[in-house]
Design a protein around this ligand. Structure first.
Ligand code: SAM
Ligand code: SF4
Length: 335
């Protein structure tokens, strides 16, 4: 095992190599999904957000340290002003194999073409309901027709892969699992179901009551389809199955029912520049301080990133029945 901090590869104390960074480029969003944000959110003051240039610099440092995959997320990344410039800057880095995006889809009619031109090949689009009324209830303010138009725009643009992400909540949208899978399959898209994670306190939303485990989703699907496990792994938390009848690939991200921490290959950068070593823990390093104290000093930045490996925790300890211990919402962290 490589000792952290001595070599260019990022390896933590548990022997896991980090080669993937997810970046929340803004905590703001045009939706207010009930599991993600509180109705009344306090957003980070703009001066505290990393600038697009600071994000580019940090990504360059990561690429020098062996990171090959970057996902841009948020909040809603596509509502950040001039965001395409960031995609273009990162898209030019030769060391990166993959530049990806997670979006709610609302801005894709406007931006899909520019994203593809900037080098984005695969995107994830979040969609929890195909019913406009339920969609509005889940997102509080979202307009389903805009997201469907975004999906159409992405399909027409011809990305290599488009995946739908759905969070299923008991008694809210668990009756739509089959419809969502059919919707994705008919359009040649994969779909992943994500178990809700207890990030941040949300006044009127009871996460335990809403919990709908991956195994229940799988059983619902097996009433109609044959699912066979695929051996393929993205090095990430998803377990994938193929639906024999439709050839659709279905993923399950199951932090509660199938913990995935042993193979963790990623870290996250919050919109304020905190490098979070685990989604479900608070161990972090303030990279904004490093880039603002030592502007242009790549060595200092790389040193801070290498050193962070020694505090990457073994795993999360999500517990829906306990009081929340992580007060940061998913929009800060970047899902
Ligand atoms: N706004 C974009 C979107 O919705 O795709 C990107 C950011 S969003 C935080 C990324 C993903 O995290 C979405 O698929 C969303 O459904 C998921 N998400 C948000 N809060 C979550 C939570 N508490 N538990 C599990 N997934 C969550
Ligand atoms: Fe916005 Fe995405 Fe959070 Fe929904 S999940 S509120 S779209 S950041």
């Amino acid at each position: 095992m490589q000792a952290a901090g001595q070599n260019s590869a990022l390896v933590d104390n548990f022997g896991r190599t980090v080669n993937y960074v997810r970046i929340s480029v803004t905590d703001r969003c045009d939706f207010r999904c009930v599991y993600c944000m509180d109705e009344e959110m306090q957003f980070v003051p703009r001066a505290k957000l990393l600038s697009l240039e600071e994000i580019s610099t940090i990504v360059r440092a990561f690429a020098d340290l062996g990171v090959v995959k970057v996902r841009i997320t948020g909040g809603e990344p596509l509502i950040r002003r001039n965001i395409i410039k960031l995609f273009r800057d990162i898209g030019r880095l030769e060391a990166l194999n993959e530049l990806t995006l997670t979006t709610n889809g609302s801005q894709l009619p406007k931006l899909a073409g520019e994203l593809k031109d900037a080098g984005v090949k695969r995107i994830n689009i979040s969609l929890d309901s195909l019913d406009p009324v339920k969609f509005k209830r889940l997102t509080r303010v979202g307009d389903l027709s805009k997201v469907l138009a975004g999906i159409d725009a992405a399909l027409a643009t011809g990305f290599e892969k488009i995946k739908i992400n759905s969070v299923i909540l008991k008694n809210r949208n668990d009756d739509e699992i089959l419809d969502l899978v059919r919707f994705a399959g008919e359009r040649g898209m994969d779909i992943s179901f994500i178990e809700e994670m207890p990030l941040g306190v949300i006044g009127d939303h009871d996460r335990l009551e809403a919990y709908y485990p991956s195994d229940a989703i799988k059983s619902d699907l097996e009433e109609r389809y044959t699912l066979i496990p695929t051996t393929e792994s993205t090095g990430g938390p998803s377990r994938y199955f193929k639906i024999v009848e439709t050839n659709t690939r279905v993923g399950f991200i199951s932090p509660h029912s199938h913990n995935f921490c042993d193979n963790c290959n990623r870290v996250r950068l919050t919109c304020e520049g905190r490098l979070l070593l685990c989604l479900g823990q608070e161990h972090s390093v303030d990279l904004r301080r490093v880039v603002r104290t030592y502007p242009g000093d790549m060595d200092k930045l790389k040193q801070a990133i290498r050193a962070s490996m020694s505090i990457k925790p073994k795993g999360h300890e999500f517990d829906l029945s306990a009081k929340p211990v992580i007060f940061r919402h998913m929009n800060m962290t970047g899902g």
